[in-house]
Design a protein around this ligand. Sequence first.
Ligand SMILES: [Zn+2]
Length: 894
Amino acid sequence: MSGFEMLKAYDFSAVEERIYEWWEENGWFKPEVQPSTAKPYVISIPPANVTGELHQGHALFVALEDLMIRHARMNGRAALWVPGTDHAGIATQLQVERQIKQEEGIGREELGREEFVRRTWAWKNKYGSYITQQLRRLGASCDWDRERFTLDNGLSVAVREAFVRLFRLGLIYQAEYLVNWSPGLQTAVSDLEVTYSEEPGQLYFFNYPVVGGGQIPVATTRPETILGDTALAVHPDDERYREYVGKMAQVPAIGRHIPIITDDYVDMNFGTGALKVTPGHDPDDFDIGRRHNLEIVNIMNKDGTMSSAAGIYEGSDRFECREQLWRDMTEAGLTIKTEPYLVNVPRSQRGGEIIEPLVSKQWFVNAEPMAKMALAAVSSGRIKIVPERFTKVWENWLENIRPWCISRQLWWGHRIPVWYCNYCGSLTVAAQDPEHCQHCYGEDILQDPDVLDTWFSSALWPFSALGWPEVTPDLIRYYPTDVLETGYDILFFWVARMVMAAAMFTNDIPFHTVYLHGLVRDEKGRKMSKSTGNVVDPIEIMEKFGTDALRFTLLTGGTPGNDLNLSLDKVASNRNFSNKIWNITRFIVQNIAEFEDDEAPYSIESMPHTVADKWILNGLSALTENSNRLFANYQFGEAGRQIHDFLWNDFADWYVELAKIQIKQDQGAAARTLQLLVQVLDHCLRLLHPFIPFVTEETWQQLKEACQSSGYSWLDTSRWPEALIIAEWPEPVGKYPEESTSFERLRELVRGIRALRAEYRVEPSRYISAYIAAGEASSELETQRNVLAFLARLDKNNLHIQADLAPPDASVTISQGDLTAYLPLADLIDVDKERTRLSKELKSVEEQINRLTKLLGSEFTNKAPEQVVNREREKLARMQASQAELLQRLSVLK
Ligand SMILES: [Zn+2]
């Protein structure tokens, strides 16, 4: 008898941090934990913004990626999860700017660029690891020694190298182009940083005067842009305006002459059918302008005020100008009417101000050649997107790719490696800071003040984080990576650009699989937002229910690519799952401790497995095979649900219960049963580890210690490794289809008897008799007599199992295929009392039937409203059904 004991209850708060540190100290997050011949399995983490605070999106991606990494590690792969953070240009700059403003009352312009960047680095060094600390708390088994930051030295080298190569190939160029301009932040922003909201606005109708007589009615939602019109366009088939095509129109208020052109793009049925074209302030108009070689007039300054091109409106705010111009046009008799109209307003994700489409000089990447490669990578099947339906979205976007604006008017980020020569005016583009102009050797050169879009550095992430452009041992061994896991919302911004960049710079795909997850919504399916007040903080959940409970809920709550609703009830029930695992382990550990081996000699080898033993082993094999298939298809949620159900419903509720009587039989049986309990639990903990790493590791360690300290050779754990995190993924343990079917039949029978006991409210302490006609299965069932009696609480002395038997009087029947069980009612209830009760009930029902039948046969049916009559008819039908049931139940009692 050994003395090893477990605490009564599982206390996750005392376990999680300790275990995480222990794993990390032992180097088990490193791919080197496997032999150097092991095949690598690599995931690059989506770099979290350094300004970020942990939200459910982080929790979901960590849970998913950690699951894949742990699963691969247990399958003998050299698993490497490369962690990192993103410098998040605009977000970080704003954060630091705000802090300096608050503490010192000065803006960044007053500090100067160099000092501001220095301060931002100081901020990053102080707060930048908050987010990674929180990722650790989720159990992320990243190799933290390989952590990277998108602005660190190595990645800066990569960014410059990429820029220079693209520039040399002519794929990076400078151009005037329409960008999303944020007048408040004074920078171009990416499409991702713009959100569109439907807001009530106006549709303004007015007449465009035609030079030489006549007018064309036009409608717009932004009248101030009239000042920047450089054409009027109508559909070539539009009879209404045919006479004007080729003539000139006159821009209201400023009098410029602009051509009247035709273009198929114009919708004859929308508005008046005539379109004012403002290439400088609208993306669609910009395209029309290019087709017709129209002039671009920029009427707006970068701060959102009107420029000199706006004539007398110069200097006024964009929205004031709208009002004033409309008043002036009304006075001039040009306006027709205004109508309320729902406008799709582009707003800045940060601050909410209205974004202006504005033409400015920016750096662009011509992504077309790379897009072709990225398209081929997916259409050829070299890269697989999970779920597959996103392949269509991928193709649609890449086939219509637009130039990518990569310059940002910020200070925090990778500065553009371009220098302008003040002497000869040429550009010097170089990976290393140049001393002089490459063309005239003049030393008076000035670096471009802009920085690169943060996505430019993230596009290089899978290979730059492994050392590219240097050919490092890590790059050789761990690139290309395996799976890229992220939210479907950044499929283009990030995933597509990584595939394009990898094709360009590494002549390879960066990963073979893209796994996309959805959004985490609240339990009612609403998007979590601070303004709705429905944000569920992952840290709070982890503190209340434990990390495993949160992870299991996120992992089993959804399917790939679909949004999932996070319910706290579900988290609570998954916390109970951790407790269940603890309690099962504790039961086994206790029984190992209580096993007495000094009574008489016993031999475990000579003890055959029981039917129940073989049934649980057969289930375990099926579960393992299913899990393997589901993991291979990225159906992690379904795998988790199946393992959960097996452990709880089959193992805990049935096998562990049965084990209690097997253990009581004799020592050989007890030893064999304990050995099997340990085997099945160990197996299940391995399957569950990628989902819920903490509770599985902790209980596995307890189980292992109990086995070791017992000293029994049949509980040999010498082949178990030091920790579950590095244990091997289990193999199926054999198939026993016959025993399994036989036990399932028994289980159905027990369920049937239990249901009847519940229906008749039989006390659990009461053992009842049973007569079972089992046909051909009778001898087999006879061998399970003890098990059946124990599980169904049958009186062993009055349990009759025969091939065929006559039903006893007054009994209820359970019929299952060729097996029929009869339970004498006298055991279930007091027959006389029940008969009296049922008769009384029947009498009352029959009285009501008589009353209702009379009522419905009378004048009532013609006089009363139809509704009332119908209600009485329904009542009668219900009473008749009750009557039939009562009669049936009474007939059994005879
Ligand atoms: Zn020069």
